[in-house]
Ligand binder design. Structure first.
Ligand code: SAM
Length: 283
């Protein structure tokens, strides 16, 4: 598989997910990297995030059609969803561009699964699957390539199962600009000969996590960063002035994107739509 150099954006996302995985597992016993699914009876509290994530996996798995035997889990994160699927008797292969996460998945799954360590855009295999699954990974993959490859790697009548956030047709600001545009995705899915089987809007059930993460960033991330910067300023005044000047653009971006608000559940609901889409490939 030919490896293409990662862009700065890909690399920072990858490192962000790795840090999220390490901290989430250590502090909150989180096994997954997705938003979770908040049922109405579950109190929205960071200590319940692991339960929301388990709910999400149950919800996702309940939408795998009958008769499916083989699954390609694209963007498998820590490999926990794949493990659950393997335990249910499915044959599962994984795609992971992050060597750190691919390593974790390998440790977890051993010989039970092929792990393709590459971006989905660069995957090349003769294998074909009944389901190509994107569990909150679709937004990271180039849209046309994602659809083209999925059509290619699916058996005839195979399914594409996506659970992820999409951008609504609303002009979004800074932190809400990521992800694929919903209307464009729906048009392109038709163009690539996918027939819609199921479309469920779970924005309400996923959005609480945005507030939880925002709160953690404001109460922990921001003060920790400020203390670190104060230490640098006082200990190394000249070097820190230079570094702050040199990286002012990047620091401004981090501040606007993560620290200055705008990452609330209310904003998420305004600009994003979190959907479960099940499509069948038609010829
Ligand atoms: C939010 S995490 C979700 C992980 C996992 N599916 C879960 O539910 O916990 C996004 C995943 O997408 C993967 N990813 C990012 N860009 C990708 C790409 N171009 N091709 C394949 N996977 C990608 C990341 O490595 C990560 O595993």
């Amino acid at each position: 598989m030919s490896k293409v150099k990662k862009s700065q954006k890909d690399l920072s996302r990858e490192v962000g997910l790795e840090i999220g995985s390490i901290c989430g597992k250590y502090f909150l016993k989180l096994e997954h990297l997705h938003y979770g699914y908040w049922t109405s009876d579950l109190e929205v509290d960071i200590t319940n995030l692991h339960i929301a994530q388990e709910n999400y996996v149950k919800f996702l798995i309940s939408h795998i059609p009958d008769g499916v035997k083989t699954i390609l889990d694209v963007g498998c994160g820590t490999g926990e969803v794949a493990r659950e699927l393997l335990n249910m008797g499915y044959q599962v292969d994984c795609v992971s561009p992050s060597s750190f996460l691919a390593g974790k998945t390998r440790e977890l799954l051993g010989e039970r699964s092929n792990i393709f360590e590459c971006r989905y855009e660069e995957l090349d295999t003769e294998k074909r699957y009944d389901v190509v699954l994107f569990c909150e990974s679709f937004q990271y993959i180039k849209l046309e390539r994602a659809l083209e490859n999925t059509a290619r790697f699916l058996n005839a009548d195979g399914y594409m199962l996506i659970c992820d956030a999409f951008r609504k047709d609303v002009e979004a600001k800074g932190s809400q600009r990521g992800g694929h545009k919903l209307s464009k995705f729906c048009d392109l899915a038709r163009e690539y000969h996918f027939e819609l089987v199921e479309d469920l809007d779970i924005t309400e059930q996923t959005a609480p996590t945005v507030d939880i993460l925002d709160d953690a960033v404001k109460k922990v991330g921001k003060p920790v960063l400020q203390s670190g910067l104060r230490f640098l300023r006082e200990r190394y005044p000249i070097a820190s002035k230079f570094l702050i000047w040199k990286y002012q653009k990047q620091l401004k971006k981090v501040r606007e994107k993560y620290l200055d608000g705008g990452r609330t559940a209310a904003d998420f609901k305004k600009y994003k739509s979190y959907r479960l889409f099940l499509y069948r490939k038609i010829l």
